[in-house]
Design a protein around this ligand. Structure first.
Ligand code: ADP
Ligand code: ZN
Ligand code: ZN
Length: 808
């Protein structure tokens, strides 16, 4: 038998053949983690396939099987291969996404004495090591470490292995949860399963009583709960809980994994079934019938508050009845607390959360429980897609337009398209939901590659709030040079006097970057290709500010006056949230403000703290650059002010308008969800721009039609595909030179292959010209299938993105 391995070495792509030693033959399956020789090192690898033959001679054998259970399911292997093909990432990188971080570090070497006759030399390390192993039996490297503080015993061990004194075996130990850090407990099975074991929990009356009371208590608590609370309520102790955990009934873990800041604000009885609206009913029926007949993909297109989450919940309920599992992808757990909470309470004991605050041990633990079929619902961001559920029946991608589904670091991939692929490979149904699906997603639905289910109305009577567009050029003409228009200032004052709350929103993307005239609104554009010119940050000197076109490389000095109206009010655009907060404070000294941006959310639990604070009315005005949490029903918020709605519109990127439209529509949808009503004020220097116009009218369909035309005219996705090749170097000349060489190389190839429909854009510096001290240059290919041009080439040090979500 032969095994084909994806080896776990970052720079190595491709699959390598090995022979399988006889003793491993009965145990080895596709998806298993093994060790194997590679060059002169020993590496880990995943068995991608077992075969009867190999075209290659003199193959080396696999060394060890690290875990008897496969790490990847067959559909996962198929997905990894498919993603490697379509994204041009190495297969090992895609496989790496599917096994928990730190798992390879969890692997260890176990040593045992096999030649007991051997006389240890006088070397102290050798003596101590053999004495230890003789006394304790086989030990793993990390266990031995604890006996040898700062002594390199491994060299000695390896010598002894070579001489046949010790055996060495690669192993993957089970994850440990360190007891002193246990803080939380949660039911790990369904309440029914827990009831079945209720009568046999302890040998004495007292232990039975304590454990029973603890278990009964945890059945009542669908969410993780602090241990001290369990002790206080039930009189049990830690060993009772550990016994319950040993029996698989409950779970003990380290962190408070999830806290809902709005817990006290709204509480819906999870057992009380809502009667679906007719629209919800139709959508659910379509999804359920796909469970029966043919698995397919759906685009659930519905405004915020139209009841999408309720449909996801019902669909999950049905798939669980069929004995299958579900994955729910959300943009970020901390930003979707209410939605996540609804799943956790609806399916007690069956939900696993995957998010960035889990420790490596917890992540590994959740992953193992998913693999063993102990979890039926996984909720999490992007990477939750890769949980090894054995019988997946449903994938939900909530807020499927959200850019966080795209991993913008190598290995680049898009979790939304990956979810669609994966559902097909599993025979599962994929439901993608959004109020503002991307142009490409909608286009896909129109091409019948996905079925569109529309929920055009909010469930409750509330209507979408009216949006008032304020032309900031008029404000300037009237002598108002401040951040706030008179309309917004007056509305803020009214909100404060009524004791209500307001959100002041600031788009953080693309501030201080392009150049425009504050008097007439003219944006300086490239004379050759009409792309907005941008201030080139890295070339910025005090005397001569360079403006640059990121499409064609055209550059010029920043003019002193506006070419249209000769005004000297020509400025770069944008301002920061600190400045906005300061202006609010200056204008309303009595108001309590709260700032929610990248700076204030870096510390742990920041999202929750800020949200709780605001939800409990400990602040009146929230100044934020973060997208506000989904499903955030804040009844006191009656005003949303958007400081500069057009920020981001003029970025040199084909997706810029869509991004701004989505953000504005989402932000505007947050106001006025209670009986108090509400409104949105959108300040802008470009009130006539179609993205703002459509957002102000909540006209998603109108925007889609217009944007689709624009993409068609300019030949951007979905009418062509993009590939971006990016080079980074600390040396700007080197980055430029490499980019030129690459462009030349690709030009020759395009010519040679007669690819007349594929266009090469660049080389140009990227819009964000410098990152982490490195200069970025790029070449973009646009055409029917740019990936096919790049597939057989080798790119050392280049970052390749297929279907990037921006080219900035
Ligand atoms: P979305 O996910 O589209 O934003 P949700 O599913 O969160 O919408 O629904 C919005 C609100 O309406 C929630 O508070 C939810 O509990 C409630 N809701 C949903 N469906 C119904 C229904 N059929 N009847 C009454 N209330 C509903
Ligand atoms: Zn002007
Ligand atoms: Zn240009």
């Amino acid at each position: 038998m032969f095994a084909r391995l994806a080896v776990n070495i970052p720079a190595i792509s491709g699959i390598f053949d090995y022979t399988v030693p006889d003793e491993l033959t009965p145990h080895l399956q596709a998806g298993c983690l093994v060790t194997a020789p590679f060059g002169n090192q020993t590496v880990q690898g995943i068995v991608v396939e077992l075969t009867d033959s190999s075209p290659i001679q003199n193959l080396k054998p696999i060394l060890d099987l690290l875990d008897p259970a496969p790490l990847l399911t067959p559909p996962q292997i198929a997905l990894a291969i498919r993603l490697a093909e379509t994204t041009l990432n190495p297969l090992s990188a895609m496989v790496g996404m599917m096994i928990p971080t730190g798992l390879s570090q969890q692997a260890d070497v176990q040593y045992a004495v096999i030649n007991h006759q051997f006389q240890a030399s006088d070397a102290a390390i050798q003596k101590r090591l053999l004495a230890l192993l003789n006394e304790r039996g086989a030990l793993r490297g990390r266990q031995i470490d604890s006996h040898f503080a700062r002594v390199d015993w491994r060299k000695t061990a390896n010598t002894l292995v070579k001489r046949g004194v010790l055996s060495a075996k690669n192993v993957l130990p089970a994850p440990r949860v360190r007891p002193k850090q246990i803080r939380m407990a949660q039911l790990a099975v369904t309440p029914e399963a827990a009831e079945l074991e209720m009568s046999s929990l302890g040998s004495t009356k007292q232990t039975q009583a304590r454990r029973e009371s603890a278990l009964r208590f945890l059945i009542q608590q669908p969410e993780p709960i602090n241990l001290s609370w369990v002790y206080a309520q039930t009189g049990c102790n830690i060993s009772d809980l550990q016994e319950l955990e040993e029996r698989g009934l409950i779970r003990l873990f380290e962190n408070e994994i999830f806290r809902d800041p709005l817990e006290k604000v709204e509480k819906q009885d999870p057992t009380k079934a809502l009667a679906l609206t007719p629209e919800q009913g139709n959508a659910l029926t379509a999804i359920l019938s796909a469970f029966q007949d043919r698995p397919s993909a759906f685009l659930l297109y519905g405004v915020t508050g139209s009841g999408k989450t309720e449909i996801y919940l019902r669909a999950v309920e049905e798939i669980l009845k069929k004995g299958k599992q579900a994955i729910i992808l959300v943009p970020e757990i901390a930003l979707t607390p209410q939605a996540v909470r609804r799943f956790v309470t609806r399916f007690p004991g069956q939900v696993g959360l995957v998010h960035s605050k889990l420790s490596e041990g917890e992540r590994y633990d959740t992953w193992r429980r998913a693999r063993n079929g102990k979890l039926n619902v996984i909720i999490g961001a992007r990477s939750a897609l890769f949980s090894p559920l054995p019988n997946l029946g449903l994938i939900v991608v909530d807020e499927c337009h959200d850019s966080s589904y795209y991993q913008s670091e190598p290995p680049y991939y898009n979790a939304v398209t990956a979810a669609q692929e994966y559902a097909k490979l599993c025979g599962a149904v994929c439901v993608m939901g959004s109020a503002t699906p991307t142009v490409e997603q909608r286009h896909e639905a129109e091409q019948d590659r996905m079925r569109m289910l529309a929920l055009p109305k909010r469930v409750t009577d509330s209507v979408l709030p009216p949006v008032q567009v304020v032309d900031m050029r008029e404000e300037l003409k009237n002598g108002n040079r401040g951040v706030f228009s008179r309309a917004l200032a007056e509305s803020l004052a009214e909100v404060l006097s009524r004791g209500e709350q307001a959100i002041v929103y600031l788009n953080r993307r693309g501030t201080s970057t392009y150049i425009f005239c504050r008097d007439c609104g003219t944006t300086l554009k490239c004379p050759k290709c009409d792309t907005p010119l941008t201030l080139h940050v890295e070339r910025l000197t005090s005397s001569a500010q360079q403006l640059l076109c990121h499409r064609c490389g055209y550059s010029r000095q920043k003019p002193k006056t506006c070419p249209t109206c000769a005004s000297n009010q020509i400025r770069e655009y944008g301002l920061g949230s600190e400045r906005v907060e300061a202006e609010v404070k200056a204008m309303f000294p009595q108001a309590r403000t709260l700032r929610w941006d990248w700076d204030t959310t870096r510390q742990k639990d920041a999202h929750e703290i800020i949200l709780t604070h605001f939800a409990n009315h400990h602040a009146d005005i929230l100044v934020g650059t973060q997208m506000l949490a989904k499903g955030l029903d804040l009844p006191l918020v009656t005003l949303v002010g958007i400081v500069l709605a057009d920020v981001g519109l003029n970025l040199p990127d084909p997706f810029a308008n869509e991004k701004v439209f989505q953000t504005l529509t989402q932000v505007a949808g947050r106001a006025g969800r209670s009986a108090r009503g509400g409104k949105v004020i959108m300040q802008t220097f470009a009130p006539e721009h179609y993205a703002l116009q459509f957002a102000a009218g909540h006209d998603v369909d109108g925007f889609y039609q217009r944007e689709l035309d624009y993409r068609r005219q300019l030949g951007y996705p979905p009418f062509a595909n993009l590939a971006r090749l990016e080079y980074r170097s600390a040396d700007p000349l080197k980055a430029e030179e490499e980019a030129r060489k690459m462009a030349d190389r690709l030009k020759v190839k395009l010519e040679a292959e007669g690819r007349r429909q594929t266009e090469l854009i660049g080389p140009v510096p990227c819009f964000f010209a410098k990152e982490n001290g490195e200069y970025r240059w790029q070449v973009v290919l646009r055409g029917p299938d740019p990936a096919s041009i790049l597939r057989e080439l080798r790119f050392n040090d280049w970052r390749i993105e297929i279907d990037p979500i921006n080219i900035l």
